[in-house]
Design a protein around this ligand. Sequence first.
Ligand code: ZN
Ligand code: ZN
Length: 153
Amino acid sequence: MDKNSTPLITLNQSLHASGRRMTSQRALVLKILEESTEHLDAETIWERAKAQDERINLATIYRTLIVLKEMRMVDLRYFARDHKREIYEPTSKPEHYHFTCTKCGNITEFSTNRINRMRSQLQNEIGVVLTHTCVCLEGYCHRCAEKNTHNTE
Ligand SMILES: [Zn+2]
Ligand SMILES: [Zn+2]
């Protein structure tokens, strides 16, 4: 195998470990997610996938996302406490968190080592092993917060 294709080798190994094959549809969905700078829900992924492969339907997109999640290549995230907004992100993205504005729906991404610090602290204090941390941050973005103080609505 080519020495320069390290990411590909890693990819093949993780595929092999999960016992799943990388089909063209799975590769397409993953590519759409990795190339996107925005956060995508299943419908948006479907619209972009259709442009490449018109036979693809929404049910296939959902099935593909479930498999990619099982393969640990995609993360499902909820952007509101009501869990009505589901978006998908490739796990290749570095760890980050989201703030959702409940007024305009804007999502701000940020990373912080404070949450990691809190995790290790908690692990020691309560003697557990954390495998997943969900952080839900909601409120007003700076634009909406400004409007709120200036308007008397
Ligand atoms: Zn806002
Ligand atoms: Zn994100």
